[in-house]
Design a protein around this ligand. Structure first.
Ligand SMILES: O=C(O)c1ccc[n+]([C@@H]2O[C@H](COP(=O)([O-])O)[C@@H](O)[C@H]2O)c1
Ligand SMILES: Cc1cc2nc[nH]c2cc1C
Length: 338
């Protein structure tokens, strides 16, 4: 599979050829789970998490040794329309903060033993305002997607994708509306904390974007090009690369899930290697998870982005794997089975 895409056709080819989990590892992990010293199903979702991870890693008794957080930053033409509580220069300033180790994701990645990579995407050239035309050309969206793909180290054994981009909850709302129906009303939230007037402007901007591109929104990759942004395209590329490298993914907040939704709509089953790390406070995040058929691991009312909620869920997955791979069986421990 190519690591550099030159056109949308290359991305479509990668979506048409999705690796599947290892059936033998799934069966081995299920059998092991049934023998561990606990009442059946008493570890709840931790049990299905460990078996899911085992299937993608092709190991019935896996460990997680190299989790990776890939963070992507992009700027948005629609930010000039007053849709964020913060100015666009904050995107580049926060990239500086990520690189200096001062952001929340630096602390969370460190706390859960994950390596962090930070990729700013042409921050000096925001996407075009999608109410006026497509946010990106085909070359731009493909380049961002390919950059996301290339950011995934094939030696990683877990991926979290995170983002930073002033204005990107507006892009994510427009994407979600185009993919699942409903307008600005259904998908717009307060993002970084806009007031009521800002919220009304965001809804209008999303509805204007949907109207401007009506008739061209049947193809999910075209939706990404017209209404998305570079960091959204990069996250989609990274999530698809992870599938091809058989690296399980923990999805983060509303913007990350909107990127993932592009893949899910383009190829049914494209997110089978993903779990939802958290359900956040951005109004439409829960709605989007429901549309994707995903149930989040955590609900901590986060609305930060940066991969923060997914990074916290690394701890849950590590706990699941520690139990699955470390516990004694009934026979080993001499405990009577029920
Ligand atoms: O992850 C989320 O669910 C989330 C919800 C609200 C805001 N954010 C972050 O806030 C920024 C976008 O907010 P805004 O108001 O500029 O559209 C962007 O950098 C995101 O990482 C992230
Ligand atoms: C300060 C700040 C940090 C962020 N991290 C992710 N999105 C963000 C938006 C702002 C405004």
């Amino acid at each position: 599979m190519p690591v550099r895409f030159t056109d949308l056709a290359g991305i479509r080819a990668a979506l048409a050829d999705l690796p599947q989990p290892d059936a033998a590892a799934l069966a081995g992990a299920s059998a092991r789970n049934a023998q561990l010293t606990k009442p059946p199903a008493s570890l709840g979702r931790l049990e299905e998490l460990a078996i899911w991870y085992a299937g993608w890693r092709s190991e019935a008794r896996p460990a997680m040794r190299a989790p990776l957080v890939c963070l992507f930053a992009g700027n948005h033409g629609v930010a000039a329309r007053g849709v964020s509580a913060f100015p666009p220069e904050v995107t580049a300033q926060m990239v500086g903060n990520f690189e200096a180790g001062g952001a929340a994701i630096n602390q969370l990645a460190g706390a859960f033993g994950a390596r962090l990579s930070v990729t700013p995407l042409s921050l000096e050239s925001p996407t075009a305002d999608f109410t006026q035309g497509p946010a990106m050309s085909e070359a731009e969206v493909v380049e961002a997607f390919a950059t996301g793909w290339a950011a995934v180290d094939p030696a990683a054994d877990l991926l979290v994708t995170g983002e930073m981009g002033i204005g990107n909850t507006t892009a994510a709302a427009a994407l979600s509306a185009a993919l699942f129906g409903g307008g600005g009303e259904a998908w717009v939230g307060r993002g970084t904390g806009v007031d009521d007037a800002g919220l009304a402007r965001k809804r209008e901007v999303v509805d204007a974007g949907l109207a401007a591109h009506a008739g061209a929104l049947d193809d999910p990759l075209e939706v990404l090009r017209r209404l998305g942004g570079r960091e959204l395209a990069a996250m989609a590329g990274a999530i698809l690369a992870a599938r091809h490298h058989r690296i399980p993914v923990i999805l983060d907040g509303f913007i990350c899930c909107a990127s993932a939704a592009v893949l899910a709509k383009a190829a049914p089953g494209a997110l089978e290697h993903c779990v939802a790390g958290h359900s956040g406070a951005e109004a439409a995040h829960a709605r989007l998870l429901e549309a994707l058929g995903l149930t989040a691991l955590l609900d901590l009312e986060l609305r930060l982005g940066e991969g923060s909620g997914a990074a916290l869920a690394i701890g849950v997955l590590k706990g699941a794997l520690a139990c699955h791979s470390g516990m004694a069986t009934f026979a080993e421990a001499g405990v009577s089975a029920g």
